[in-house]
Design a protein around this ligand. Structure first.
Ligand code: GLN
Length: 304
């Protein structure tokens, strides 16, 4: 497969495409990012790396971090974790409160805000130093100890976190948050403010494409069974109320973030990441989705 040629075609198409998306502004620091940035990186299990554009520039991974925190929690706990968070697509926006009311404070899945906040609560209960241990986990799966948070993004989201605080309060009223709300919120905002490039994210997501093993040092990070489950959750829940549309158009398990990043995988084949800050109305990167749709169309490689 001539991957670089295919990426060059996508790059060419993107250069003529009008971007109707809007950069997220509810976290003020994110609104400062140049909307014209675009990076893409494809990391194949058997046939190398390919990419173009701003693939080495770090951006705020935001909700993509929910996959890492879920993986860390699943590596520490077994099925009891799923008594506190469900695995159904929500069909609602990422920060919605509505379902919690009639589902007794149990979030629909771990990849929406409520679910990721419960996972953060679990990490606070289980780990001595959850922030450090989450970063250590990302260092382990990327082989890069330089990855850290963007402090400006962290401070910016801290100031505008009433919505996530309200999710925590509601869930705590049902007994599904065990720790102090400020501590859990702090960990959640910390994980969202982690900065990574497309290249670094593709390396990290290789674990999900490669049956739970890193490709660079062949280390089994988490069991194959658990990776299969995480990939299933990404497939059904990774794009909030656009998970169906992403499956329909792209056909890969993946996860988006409001920083404009998307990471997706083809089990046994590759990990692919895109970064373009302007988002569609559902909070997913407009051009990122387009580029990934073109990738699976031009390669003929989707999971379907
Ligand atoms: N930090 C963001 C929030 O909680 C993450 C949302 C996202 O990326 N969808 O609002």
């Amino acid at each position: 497969m001539q991957y670089q040629k295919i990426l060059d075609t996508i790059k060419e198409e993107l250069s003529t495409k009008q971007n109707k998306g809007k950069v997220a502004s509810y976290i003020p620091e994110l609104a400062k990012v140049d909307p014209n940035k675009f990076g893409m990186h494809l990391y194949c299990i058997n046939s190398g790396h390919y990419g173009f554009g701003n693939e080495e520039e770090q951006f705020s991974i935001q909700s993509i971090s929910k996959v890492f925190s879920l993986t860390l929690a699943m590596s520490l706990l077994n099925d009891e974790l799923f008594e506190r968070v469900d695995v159904e697509p929500s069909g609602d926006p990422f920060n919605s409160l509505v379902q919690l009311e009639y589902e007794n404070g149990i979030p629909r899945n771990p990849l929406i805000n409520s679910g990721a906040l419960v996972i953060a609560d679990i990490l606070v209960s289980t780990l001595d130093n959850p922030k450090k241990q989450l970063l250590d986990f990302i260092h382990e799966i990327t082989g890069n100890t330089g990855i850290n948070i963007n402090l400006k993004v962290f401070n910016s989201e801290k100031k505008y976190s009433n919505r996530n605080a309200s999710l925590l309060h509601l869930m705590k009223s049902f007994g599904n948050v065990k720790n102090d709300i400020e501590t859990v919120l702090d960990l959640y905002i910390f994980q969202c403010s982690i900065a990574m490039s497309c290249k670094e994210l593709a390396t990290a997501f290789m674990v999900y494409a490669n049956s739970g093993r890193t490709l660079f040092d062949k280390k089994q990070i988490i069991s194959e069974r658990k990776i299969k489950r995480i990939n299933a959750i990404m497939q059904t829940c990774g794009f909030y109320d656009e998970a169906g549309e992403f499956s329909f158009r792209v056909g890969l398990p993946g996860k988006s973030g409001v920083g404009g990043g998307i990471a997706a995988i083809h089990p046994g084949q590759y990990a692919v990441t895109t970064w373009s800050p302007p988002l569609n109305p559902k909070g997913n990167s407009e051009l990122g989705m387009y580029a990934l749709e073109r990738l699976t169309t031009l390669t003929g490689f989707s999971i379907f």
